[in-house]
Design a protein around this ligand. Structure first.
Ligand SMILES: Nc1ncnc2c1ncn2[C@@H]1O[C@H](COP(=O)(O)OP(=O)(O)OP(=O)(O)O)[C@@H](O)[C@H]1O
Ligand SMILES: [Mg+2]
Length: 346
């Protein structure tokens, strides 16, 4: 093949590819490689494209013929506006004529694979950590009950209460994890049934009310004069609003009000507004990550698993909706959910 044919072939690829000669000069850069390293990269030393020492060393070894057999890969990270990790492979291209050698350098962006691996291992670490703390508490109290507290009925009753609380926290954690995994499996499948959001909200508020009253908090909600029907799964929507209303109660100030409003245009818009301490802006984008908490000590103390908003996000995605979080530190937060109305979305 001549250079022209090589160019049209390599331009058809969606990953950056370079051809270099034995003195490391770039003789051809495909379109993607030019976008990455600059239009005028052809003719210059390969080191101008990739300055990464490990990558250079690898290329040099292949060029010098020090590697016998299939050339291995090297993985390196390019810092840019978005740091990207590439797998680089160098292959000698056999020429039928002449003695000059050409080498093909192919780069493969493997960032997303590494990210997924990282997320998976973070997740396992998080789950283990979350399960370990109630377990440690349980083991500790069992020891105490077998030993020093054996003949102390008051202490025994107190410890059993704590143990019950810790055990139910583990239960909740496992329930939430199972919900998340079911939701992830179904996320692409649209719900087929219909559900009335105002009815769901009224029921959720009735469930959460005792918790609010215990802290002297009032939940205000005026039932609207429209039906507010969406294509949705009743149980999932209940879980979604239960989480948000419960958060408003949990993180609202004592003696404060929680205002829930519902309106409609093309969408149904539900806003849950609390008067709490609010959320500093740097935390807002991360709130829907699994186990992300602004103040983890306080959330755990309130029995939270830190999975509530992750579940909320998945339910909203499945219902093709949107979640908007606004918050002013010291004043409170508003969580707004937008869901397409059943007649609008068909
Ligand atoms: N209305 C709110 N006001 C202030 N902070 C909030 C509010 N809602 C959520 N947060 C913050 O976001 C974090 C994540 O919320 P999320 O509902 O996912 O977990 P949680 O409430 O801690 O636990 P769970 O919902 O599983 O019981 C909370 O720990 C809290 O720091
Ligand atoms: Mg919550």
């Amino acid at each position: 093949m001549n250079l022209f044919e090589w160019r049209s072939l390599l331009n058809a690829l969606s990953e950056p590819v370079l051809l270099i000669n034995k003195s490391r000069e770039i003789i051809l850069a495909n379109g993607i490689a030019q976008e990455l390293f600059g239009r005028r990269i052809e003719g210059s030393d390969f080191a101008r494209a990739i300055r990464h020492p490990a990558a250079l060393h690898h290329v040099d070894r292949v060029l010098a013929g020090n590697i016998i057999g299939p050339e291995p890969n090297t993985v390196f990270r390019l810092a840019g506006s978005i740091a990207t990790t590439y797998k680089l492979s160098v292959t000698r291209i056999e020429e039928r004529t002449g003695t000059s050698s050409t080498f093909m350098i192919a780069l493969k962006d493997i960032s997303h694979i590494l990210e997924a691996e990282q997320m998976r291992s973070d997740f396992v670490a998080n789950v283990s950590h979350e399960l370990r703390s109630p377990l440690t508490a349980l083991t500790g109290f069992i020891e105490t009950l077998k030993g020093s507290a054996k003949d102390d009925p008051d202490a025994r009753a107190r410890f059993l209460d704590i143990m019950e609380r810790e055990a139910s926290r583990m239960n909740r954690l496992i329930d939430d994890l199972l919900s998340l995994s079911t939701l992830e499996t179904n996320e692409r499948i649209r719900p087929v049934s219909k559900a009335s959001v105002p009815n769901i909200l009224s029921r959720v508020i009735a469930t959460v009310s005792p918790q609010a009253e215990a802290n002297n908090k009032t939940i205000n909600f005026i039932t609207p004069d429209f039906e507010g029907i969406v294509n949705g799964d009743e149980d999932e929507l209940t879980q979604l609003f239960h989480n948000l209303v419960e958060n408003a109660v949990k993180y609202g100030r004592a003696d404060s009000e929680i205002n829930i409003s519902i309106s409609q245009n093309d969408n149904l818009i539900i806003a849950i507004k609390d008067a709490g301490e609010g959320i500093p802006p740097e935390h807002i984008p991360r709130l829907t990550e699994r186990f992300y908490r602004v103040d983890s000590g306080r959330s755990r103390e309130k029995g939270g698993t830190g999975l509530g908003l992750a579940i909320v996000k998945h339910i909203i995605n499945r219902h093709r909706g949107r979640l908007i979080i606004e918050s002013v530190v010291g004043e409170g937060s508003t969580f707004t959910v937008e869901l397409p109305l059943a007649n609008a979305s068909g």
